[in-house]
Ligand binder design. Structure first.
Ligand code: ATP
Ligand code: MG
Length: 920
């Protein structure tokens, strides 16, 4: 790039068109063309094949796949997306963010290619004053799939794109499918020519930096029967209803309309970059004119920081918390990469508190909930930064140790396995290890490191492959759902038993017509009272009777929307699809689980009352008599506050508030202040569970009828399970009662043994422990005196070995290493320095032999070093040890070898001075 000013000053002027405005225009344009505006789905979506939503079409998949009937023929959205696979591109290309927003327009069997092309052209080229994006037609290029004459003709007929700027491309670029049998079709992409300063001429096939893809139109027209790879698939026929799915990168069009070089310089991102640059005292773009791909490393780092800060804001906003796997790890990696990049920019202090608010300030224009929720979001982000700073500190100690080991042995290369361990255990990126090793004058075996990384990646890949089998599984479930024709009816809110028809059976994952005694089956009924695990509540157990057959149900899941699958064993008889089943759940288990679930709601509200509204639920598990509840909070809850929460909970139980559930539109529920759980998918109609007027939560679970039915709730404790999230465990009802009874029994036993009243127990135990400690100290002192008491006698018994005075003595059992050292030094002092002297002492401490050797100056001058002697003795004892020439200590495992160890010392002394080995 030449002649373009990317200096910070140029950013102070007003942006040509703010991102929020581009977004608004998009939605209103398509609304005016008969599209229903659909709000962005959360980044976490219950699609088993996706970590995060990565395209605008994801929430509409069931419509494209024909699994659900779309409620509207046309829709438009601006969808939050995260693409983890683009993380390495960030800052290096001009157009890849980990988080970005995808504008989309969708047609479900309504308009097709002509409509999609016309809309796109109109919005892009209508002048800005008339509400469009005002791009000049002669800056636009389009691509079509090589065989798609229809699309090429439509572009020619309906738009002003000259024929030579309609480029045909092959499958790799311009054919879309989901990678599994189902819909597919050709694409048509729209590119903007950013001018000769960005690269060579020739269109998108030549240079994708100059010709930047902004919009992809997918024409879903084919039914694919086999998909072996992106380039190899079978088209079975054309779809009866053809669909349109398009995606335009909001950040990319913003970079064009705002006249900036790349997506990190747009209004929603740049202020963070600028703040980071100020903190580092750097000027972004200072190294002169450059394209994103040839940038100075500092500029790339600033872009990485800006991107990752924004992405983590959006991820935490949607309920992700840092962790070591899956989604949590993606977040952790971004938070750490940002810290790391700031360090490389020379900023060591915590950065999040300065950067995150800047990002929130920008993003709240389109996502006002970020501001409302900022206390929670920032708490999680700051805690993770602190945790990583501690990691860096401890990792640094480990690295230093490894470095001094290498240096100590005269090496200059840190091993690949050390670098890998740092990476794997402490999250040390390799470049950090490289840099820190270089500071100490060492290089790193990068090849060894990389080969270990490859091995690990292969293991992960093998892992992912087994997980991918999820596809085939959901396939089988999908067939069951199709055979059933409508969603399974769940009757369990009001009933504990009922009749249902067997709509499908799986044995060993395969669809079958019949199952018999001993089979492990998965069974679908058209109607069931069995609650499928979900919302933290464990599944019902129970029995199904079908004519003569009996099935014991031990698990119930909802693998896809609308399908409830019972898993169990055929205890007796035979059954088949179409049979009528009498279903009966295990009622005591259900009641107990329901009580736990209600207790969870009570606990949630009590926590929020006591701490703050930011103490929101991050996960839970409701099992019989027991619950686990995770919430966002970054410090321990003080014991007194915790006790207060428990008391409050039990007070609510005494008040016996009624528990009720009501189905209502989601909007109304949120207006009532109902708590929604992050990452849960809610439809337009939601169920609100309330406890009196005090607690309201969106919840699909089952509950007690009144709070009083819970009896007692006993909190077992509270602890951290990761940055910013804490866990409470609790017992409910009879389980709480039994726990308290058991504890009270222990108290009375202790009272008995200690002859004290229960309220005196703590004081009594404290004084006993104190007296015990005093007694132990006295015994140790007496023992040391006894050992030292032998000193005069031992010194007098020193033998002469070739002019060296030698004491080789075993002090016996229960003498500590400390006492042995004191005795050795005392003896060496008594022998004086007039001649060489060596004191070698052994003892047995805690069942293990120890050896201590002390030498004086003249002995050392004669070449006798304590370290060598201890090494020999300890080897004889089956262990190791060492130390300095004047004093050394070691130990072993075999106490019976003590005489041999002392003889070894004598032999070395004798040979050092050329004397015969003395008899003992
Ligand atoms: P590219 O080849 O440039 O990576 P893509 O083919 O992966 O793009 P699509 O999957 O077709 O992109 O997504 C539709 C649109 O979303 C793209 O035209 C682009 O404008 C935008 N987009 C895709 N990935 C990103 C990203 N990482 N950051 C910002 N915008 C993106
Ligand atoms: Mg891509």
């Amino acid at each position: 790039m030449s002649g373009r000013d990317v200096s910070p000053e140029s950013k102070d002027t007003a942006y040509l068109m703010e991102t929020a405005e581009i977004r608004r225009r998009w939605l209103s344009f398509f609304e005016s063309k008969g599209h229903t505006i659909v709000p962005s789905a959360p980044l976490l979506y219950d699609d088993p094949n996706l970590l995060f939503v990565n395209a605008g079409m994801v929430p509409f998949k069931p419509y494209f796949l024909g699994q659900e009937t779309p409620p509207y023929p046309r829709a438009t959205s601006v969808q939050k997306c995260v693409r983890t696979q683009d993380i390495e591109e960030v800052g290096k290309t001009s157009r890849h963010g980990t988080f970005f927003q995808m504008n989309g327009n969708f047609s479900f069997g309504d308009y097709f290619k002509a409509g999609a092309i016309e809309f796109a052209w109109e919005l892009l080229t209508t002048s800005q004053s008339a509400g469009g994006y005002g791009l000049e037609p002669d800056k636009l290029w389009v691509t079509v799939y090589e065989d798609d004459d229809e699309a090429a003709d439509l572009w020619k007929q309906l738009t002003a794109v000259p024929a030579e700027r309609i480029v045909r491309r092959g499958k790799a670029d311009n054919y879309w499918s989901m990678g599994v049998p189902g819909p597919g079709g050709p694409c048509s992409e729209i590119y903007v020519d950013r001018g000769p300063e960005y690269g060579p001429d020739g269109g998108p096939a030549v240079d994708e930096d100059r010709f930047m893809e902004i919009w992809n139109l997918v024409f879903m027209q084919d039914g694919l029967s086999q998909v072996r790879s992106k380039l190899d698939f079978d088209i079975a026929g054309s779809l009866p209803k053809k669909n349109i799915d398009t995606g335009m990168g909001l950040e990319r069009i913003a970079s064009i309309l705002q006249g900036v070089d790349n997506m990190y310089e747009i209004d929603e991102v740049y202020p963070v970059l600028q703040t980071a640059a100020d903190m580092a005292g750097k000027r972004y773009g200072a190294s002169g004119a450059q394209t994103a791909s040839t940038s100075h490393p500092d500029d790339v780092r600033l872009r990485v920081v800006a991107d990752h800060v924004r992405s983590s804001l959006m991820l935490i906003g949607d309920g992700v918390t840092p962790g070591n796997e899956g989604r949590g790890y993606v977040l952790r990696r971004m938070l750490r990469r940002a810290v790391r990049s700031m360090r490389l920019l020379g900023v060591d202090r915590p950065c999040r508190p300065e950067l995150l608010p800047v990002s929130m300030e920008r993003m709240r224009r389109s996502y006002p909930e970020l501001e409302r929720d900022f206390a929670r979001i920032s708490q999680i982000a700051y805690a993770e930064e602190e945790a990583f700073r501690r990691t860096l500190a401890s990792g640094t100690t480990i690295l230093d140790t490894a470095v001094s080991k290498v240096k100590g042995s005269g090496g200059r290369l840190l091993s690949g396995s050390d670098a890998f361990a740092l990476h794997d255990t402490y999250g040390f990126p390799i470049d950090l290890t490289l840099e820190m090793a270089a500071e100490q004058g060492l290089s790193v075996d990068e090849e060894g490191f990389r080969s270990l990384m490859t091995q690990q990646r292969e293991r992960a890949k093998a892992d992912a492959k087994t997980k991918k089998q999820g596809h085939t599984d959901t396939h089988a479930y999908r067939e069951l759902a199709d055979a059933l024709g409508k969603p399974v009816e769940f009757t369990g809110y009001t009933q504990v038993s009922g009749e249902g028809r067997v709509g499908g059976l799986l044995v060993g994952g395969e669809s079958v017509d019949r199952a018999r005694e001993g089979d492990e089956v998965q069974l679908v009924l058209d109607s069931t009272p069995f609650y499928a695990e979900g919302g933290g509540q464990l599944a019902d157990h129970g029995l199904l009777t079908l004519g003569g057959a009996l099935v014991e149900v031990t698990d119930v899941q909802k693998p896809i929307t609308g399908l409830i699958v019972h898993t169990g064993r055929v205890v007796s008889g035979e059954l088949g699809v179409g049979d009528t089943a009498q279903a009966a759940i295990d009622v005591p288990r259900r009641r107990s689980v329901s009580r736990s679930h209600t207790a969870t709601h009570v606990l949630h509200q009590a926590l929020r009352d006591a701490l703050s509204d930011t103490a929101t639920q991050a996960g839970s598990e409701n099992s019989p008599g027991r619950l686990r509840f995770d919430f966002s909070w970054n410090k321990p809850v003080p014991a007194s506050v915790f006790a207060g929460i428990e008391e409050h909970i039990n007070q609510v139980l005494l008040d016996d508030l009624p528990v009720g559930a009501q189905v209502m539109p989601k909007k109304q529920a949120l207006e009532l202040g109902a708590q929604a759980m992050f990452g849960e998918k809610y439809g337009d109609e939601v169920r609100v569970v309330s406890i009196g007027d005090w607690s309201k939560e969106l919840c699909g679970g089952t509950h007690a009828q009144r709070a009083g039915q819970l009896g007692i709730v006993k909190l077992l404790g509270e602890s951290s399970i990761g940055s910013g999230v804490r866990r409470v465990e609790a017992l409910v009802g009879l389980d709480a009662y039994s726990h308290l009874t058991k504890e009270s029994l222990i108290v009375s036993q202790l009272a008995d043994v200690l002859k004290a009243r229960p309220d005196e127990l703590a004081g009594r135990v404290e004084s006993i422990v104190g007296r015990l400690r005093d007694a132990e100290r006295q015994i140790a002192a007496i023992r040391a005196q006894a050992v030292l008491g032998q000193a005069a006698q031992l010194a007098a018994g020193a033998r002469d070995v070739g002019g060296i005075r030698l004491i080789a003595h075993d002090a016996g059992v229960d003498v500590s290493g400390d006492d042995l050292r004191t005795l050795a030094l005392d003896l060496r002092g008594r022998l004086g320095d007039s001649a060489g002297s060596v004191v070698a002492l052994t003892a047995v401490a805690k069942d293990r032999p120890v050896v201590v050797v002390a030498t004086n100056g003249p002995a050392r001058d004669a070449g006798i070093r304590a370290g060598d002697l201890v090494k020999a003795a300890a080897t004889a004892l089956g262990g190791g040890g060492g130390g300095k020439p004047d004093l050394a200590q070691g130990g072993g495992t075999d106490a019976s070898a003590i005489p041999a160890a002392l003889s070894a010392v004598e032999a070395i002394v004798a040979s050092a001075v050329g004397a015969p080995v003395p008899g003992r």
